[in-house]
Ligand binder design. Sequence first.
Ligand code: NAD
Length: 308
Amino acid sequence: MRNKITIVGAGNVGATAAHWALSRGLGDVVLLDVVEGVPQGKALDLLQAGPVEGFSYRIFGTNAYEDTAGSDVVIITAGLARKPGMSREDLLAKNVAIVKACAEQVCRYSPDSVLIVVTNPIDAMVYTAFKVSGFPRNRVVGMAGVLDSARYRTFIAEALGVAAKDVSAMVMGIHGDNMLPLIRLANVSGVPVTDLLSAEALAAIVKRTQHGGIEIVNHLKTGSAFYTPGLAAVEMAEAILFDQKRVLPCAAYVEGEFGFSGCFLGVPVVLGQGGIERIIEFPLNPEEKVAMAESERAVRQQMAATGL
Ligand code: NAD
């Protein structure tokens, strides 16, 4: 059986995720958008990379949810992206309506799928998809932590002049200014970064990570990041489709973990077949607890604004 991955939204993030999904051999891809012609054109263009890149999976562009039927994983990227001067919260009202419409259709045609939500503000949008789909919490997951952690790891690697893949570091909490890049757990091949970088240097890296999205928005001026966001969603899809038991920071619906309940928060999870297999809980220090509580407060404000 070939895996089937639907990507809703054929814009920057969606089309880039499709590109990564094909090049990493995840399965057949359906690219869907409301705009007529865009998913069809981008899908055809990507399909024609097959002979050069050597992938044998197919990609199909469509405006009809019937074509998404029976998907194993659905990545939702539909919605507006930020422009300079906009916060992720500014997107909320418009994107709630879009994500609601997408989730309704997706769960109708792929009732057994795992949903990976990318649309911002992510912690509220993944909650919207969770509420609308009625799926169990293990099958609705938000992408933010993989991206934020990749940014954090990149900045640490740059500061030390080492390979980024040897940097292990995690960002928890909300996908916003209150996110929590964990300093005490960050390490380079097992060596704590606190032994390698000054407190000032680490504070600057944390701050840059927290504002990593807007740094790119300010460069681009017409939209937000998409190469690494697209890859991060595909990394999660791959872990699910191939039952890899990857431990990745994701927005998960907490029910008591880390002392929080009834909202989505960025926490480390085990991703495998069926989605989130479990949340990995560990003791937080007092400052981390405060930061997570701030994240939770901000997430709950966003949740209230969804009206769900
Ligand atoms: P984009 O404008 O390039 O693409 C969005 C696409 O969604 C467009 O093609 C649009 O036609 C489509 N769309 C709108 N309404 C739709 C609907 N009802 N059904 C299907 N498709 C619909 O934007 P982008 O750069 O691809 O970003 C997409 C979203 O992802 C934004 O909300 C952005 O903020 C978010 N994002 C999140 C993260 C994260 O870390 N979670 C990172 C980057 C971007």
